[in-house]
Design a binder for this molecule. Structure first.
Ligand SMILES: Cc1cc2nc3c(=O)[nH]c(=O)nc-3n(C[C@H](O)[C@H](O)[C@H](O)COP(=O)(O)OP(=O)(O)OC[C@H]3O[C@@H](n4cnc5c(N)ncnc54)[C@H](O)[C@@H]3O)c2cc1C
Length: 442
């Protein structure tokens, strides 16, 4: 390592935090700049008003997969105990369509090794005809034998049709999984990226397909422990420091903020793609990277929190709804002791974007009442709308590389981890990858 290297990381989301943690543990001098007053970026906890009380809520109900190995080992290094932080559930989907009252459930056969746990799960899943189950099984076998690869990327709806997946199978299984993984409507979503997620979940150890649902606030699980880890290793974190401009200067870069100008030998830009474009404006060599992200489109995620009397519970911690605005509902009482609180996820674009937040909460409460008739009227609601939650994960989306045409300037962020959709894991891996590029060049 060169003692004159001083590395700036712009952005304190999962990508910036993972780059900072990896570099500080290797002894590098690191300063992380975050524009807002808190770390975590799109995976953060916010304070909201609940009548006269202040309440902490995540900006969105997140879920991780057992296959998210980089995130899980980073958090472990930072002292996060998995059992305290997450509820780990073997793959289990419980879907219902409230209109048709039809039910679908799939449970991995956990007594078998992978991939038989999944195949037998498909064979015995509830709510599909025998023929539909056989078609699903054939499709899974096809994916395994082709190592989940396709030559020409195409919208997932088209790909599933080619593989004769019935409308019910699509509606109850593939579409909800696609929305959960890619946050992009199935008619537009990239089959290739969807299959990458399936491969990582289904083709390794059977734990890879587990769901890990946070039992604590996201900040408690991600940004707080990582910030402590970075600072304990000598890294510096500057909150409320928005980088306004980034220019090349004296064997490095000048970063201009409201508080002053800072000079660094290396920079990792770990902001979302929309923000990165602006930051790279004054670095003409980076036009190619900008050209890639310039045409990105974004997808929203709305999280509707509904508070019921504290004795109210759902039959499952996580249930799926199909044919409704509500897609997934999480019982936060069972998960994290916030009794009576349900979090409902409404992801990707759709007609709900035209509703006011109060009307959306009302519609969601009605849908839940149909699916779970024991629910009374909610006592309180709060909608958190993330209008640009993720990039739209469409076929053949150009993704910039972490190494750029500008020496010593790197890009991190979920959008740079090309084989994944926008996920915490993609962001974490991109940060580690940038750290490795710097380490290998030193
Ligand atoms: C509601 C919601 C639900 C989600 N659900 C899931 C899920 O279940 N599972 C999953 O894996 N992923 C999920 N995601 C996606 C996941 O949160 C993101 O992919 C991931 O957090 C992105 O991290 P990042 O570091 O790449 O970017 P970001 O989190 O966007 O971090 C970028 C940071 O840069 C800062 N910044 C921007 N400009 C500047 C500047 N000029 N100077 C300094 N700082 C700057 C921002 O303030 C931000 O903190 C969800 C996202 C949302 C919004």
């Amino acid at each position: 390592m060169n003692t004159h290297q001083h590395i700036a990381i712009i952005g304190g989301g999962c990508a910036g935090l993972s780059a900072a943690a990896t570099l500080t543990e290797r002894g590098y001098s690191v300063t992380l700049f975050e524009a807002s007053s808190q770390l975590g970026g799109r995976a953060r906890t916010v304070v909201v008003e609940n009548k006269d009380l202040l309440q902490l809520l995540d900006n969105g109900q997140h879920i991780l997969l057992g296959a998210y190995s980089a995130t899980l080992s980073l958090l472990e290094k930072a002292g996060v105990k998995e059992e305290a932080a997450f509820l780990r559930l073997p793959l289990q989907l419980n879907m219902q369509s409230s209109a048709a009252k039809s039910i679908f459930s799939l449970k991995s056969a956990n007594y078998l090794p992978a991939p038989f746990n999944i195949l037998v799960g498909f064979l015995f899943c509830k709510g599909l005809s025998f023929n539909e189950r056989i078609t699903a099984l054939r499709f899974m076998r096809h994916l395994q034998s082709s190592n989940y690869e396709i030559i020409n990327d195409k919208p997932l709806a088209k790909y599933l049709k080619q593989h004769k997946q019935s409308p019910k199978l699509v509606q109850m299984l593939w579409e909800p999984l696609c929305l959960a993984a890619l946050n992009t409507p199935i008619a537009k979503a990239s089959s290739k990226i969807f299959l990458n997620v399936l491969r990582d979940s289904f083709s390794g150890s059977k734990k890879d397909s587990d769901f890990l649902i946070p039992k604590q606030d996201l900040s408690q699980i991600i940004s707080h422990p990582l910030a402590h880890y970075i600072q304990a290793k000598g890294g510096s974190i500057k909150l409320n420091h928005r980088i306004r401009t980034l220019v090349e200067a004296d064997n490095g870069f000048n970063l201009e903020t409201r508080q002053g100008t800072f000079h660094f030998s290396h920079v990792i830009v770990a902001t979302s793609p929309a923000r990165t474009d602006k930051l790279l404006e004054q670095l003409p060599k980076l036009k190619a990277s900008q050209d890639k992200t310039h045409h990105y489109q974004y997808q929203p995620i709305y999280t509707v929190y509904l508070r019921y009397p504290s004795e109210i519970k759902l039959p499952q911690v996580m249930s799926g709804l199909s044919g409704t605005l509500s897609q997934w509902v999480f019982d936060r009482g069972t998960l994290c002791g916030e009794k009576g609180l349900l979090a409902v996820v409404v992801s990707a674009e759709g007609k709900h974007q035209k509703l006011t937040q109060d009307d959306l909460a009302l519609s969601v409460a009605k849908e839940l009442k149909l699916a779970f008739p024991h629910l009374p009227k909610p006592l309180w609601h709060k909608v958190i709308a993330e209008k640009r939650a993720t990039f739209s994960c469409v076929p053949d989306l150009a993704r910039p590389t972490n190494r750029t045409a500008q020496n010593n300037l790197y890009l991190a962020g979920d959008y740079t981890y090309a084989s994944y959709p926008a996920t915490i894991e993609g962001a974490v891996r991109s940060g580690i990858y940038c750290a490795n590029l710097i380490t290998n060049a030193s």
